[in-house]
Each structure stands twice: as C-alpha cells, then as structure tokens.
Design a protein around this ligand. Structure first.
Ligand code: PEP
Length: 249
C-alpha cells in the first residue's frame, strides 16, 4: 500500500528559536500513524534544531535544496552528504521557486535526484506548469518533460525512495488552489506516465502529493480524489495548529 505523505515547506521562514517553539506546540498534538509520513522541509540553518526537537517522534526532516555536486567550491550551497550526516532523511528537488528564481533546469534536477539517492536522502521531485503553459493546453507536456528528464537516471532500486509533488506554479503562494478535478487529472496522468516508465508496481506504490495553496479549509476535497497521496504545504504549514489539521485528517 502506498504511503500518504504530509510535507511542510517552510521556505525561508523561522529562526532556530521559532523552530523549537513550533515543534513544542506541534508535537503536543501530533501522533504518528501507520501508512502516513510527516516531513518538514526546513531552512538549512534550522535543520539541527528541527532534528533535535523531533528525534524519535515519527517526523522526518528534509532540506529544501541540495547542490548537485558532492563537495567543492560552491559557496553558499547545501551539501547532500552534510544534510544526511546532520540527520536529514529527505530533500526537495526542483521546487518551482528554485526553478524560476535560481535557474534550476530539468538537467540540474536530474543530477540532484541522483546525488540525493547516492547520499541516502529521499528526494521529492516537484513538477508543475505555469499559468501560461496551462492556458496554452501544455500542462501534461511540461509535466512529462520535467518527469522524463528529472527521473531519467532512476534505476529499479531507486524508485522506492522517490516521491513526486505536483505543484501548479500558478497555485503556489497565490491563494488560487487547483480544483479537485484539475489536481486529480494531472495526478492520474503522472501515475500513467510512471507506469509506462517504470512499470505498474512502481506506479502503484509512488506517493504523488499535491501542492499549491492547500489550506485546512480546502484540502479534504482534494484529498478524497483519485491518485492524491498527500500534500506539500507552504504557507499553511507555518502555524502548528494549521498543519496539525492536515496531519489529523
Ligand atoms: C510550496 O511552497 O511548495 C507551496 C505549495 O506553497 P503554498 O502552500 O504556500 O502555496
């Protein structure tokens, strides 16, 4: 049975002190349950605090970005090896803000996917179309290109560690959530793509998350649709009470 994954993307928010305070509140209301994974993608400077605060509590911590080289002269970048050594289990790859603000191409996401796996991190590949691309009827063309290139080097042994997040760019941080039908249509197409690429077993086991203005008030209807296996939540994950509503569902 595939896992249901609830992932928080804090982006560049919270200091270590705020991180500790968040987890104090969050963990007082959280209990892990079988078949579910809860993950926090926190800013790099909060990783140590997040790992210390959540140790043994059934919550995974991840980095929001890694560099595609293992080490070297890359000032300011996050090392996948160091993230793993610090206690991270996960990393985001190809978030739309990385793509649009920091020039992350599909080829770069492919290298990051491979290195994350090599370093023992579980990569969550983010894909999604812009509003112009959706309006032009190119949603699946864009998403399939991002999947094809980003996941090109995956071997049979890699798939179990991979997760996909479908995040329409026009819905991220805008308050404009995809309709349950829009989300389900793309998730179903992603699963069909996976079946062609890696076989029915891999496709059936792959968690495909929705992200884009998911809120306590709107996520249930999306969650009840076919092929939606969790959420990547930005703004609504910053308050413990708000994110707990996703986790308690
Ligand atoms: C995100 O950053 O991945 C995201 C989905 O943000 P928001 O929930 O704020 O739209």
């Amino acid at each position: 049975m595939r896992q249901f994954v609830l992932a928080a993307n804090w982006k560049m928010n919270k200091t270590p002190v705020e991180t500790a305070a968040f987890f104090q509140t969050f963990l007082s209301g959280f209990s892990p349950s079988p078949g579910r994974q809860t993950v926090f993608f926190v800013p790099a400077l909060d990783i140590t605090t997040a790992i210390g605060a959540t140790n043994g509590r059934g919550v995974g911590i991840g980095t929001q970005n890694i560099h595609f080289e293992k080490k070297g002269a890359f000032t300011g970048e996050n090392s996948a090896e160091a993230a793993k050594a610090a206690g991270c289990e996960w990393t985001l790859v190809g978030h739309s803000e990385r793509r649009s603000l920091f020039g992350e191409t599909d080829l770069i996401t492919a290298k990051k996917m491979k290195l994350a796996l090599e370093c023992g991190l579980k990569p969550m590949l983010c894909v999604g179309e812009s509003l112009d691309e959706r309006t032009a009827g190119e949603t699946m063309k864009v998403v399939e290109r991002q999947l094809t290139v980003g996941l090109e080097a995956m071997t049979a042994a890699d798939w179990a560690s991979v997760t996909i997040a479908y995040e329409p760019v026009w819905a991220i941080g805008t308050g404009k959530v995809a309709t349950p039908e829009q989300a389900s249509e793309v998730h179903t197409a992603i699963r069909a793509w996976l079946e062609r690429r890696a076989g029915a077993e891999v496709a059936a086991a792959m968690p495909i998350l929705y992200g884009g203005s998911a809120k306590p008030e709107n996520f249930r209807e999306i969650a009840s649709q076919k092929n939606i296996d969790g959420f990547l939540v930005g703004g609504a994950s910053l308050e413990a009470d708000s994110f707990l509503k996703f986790c308690a569902w």
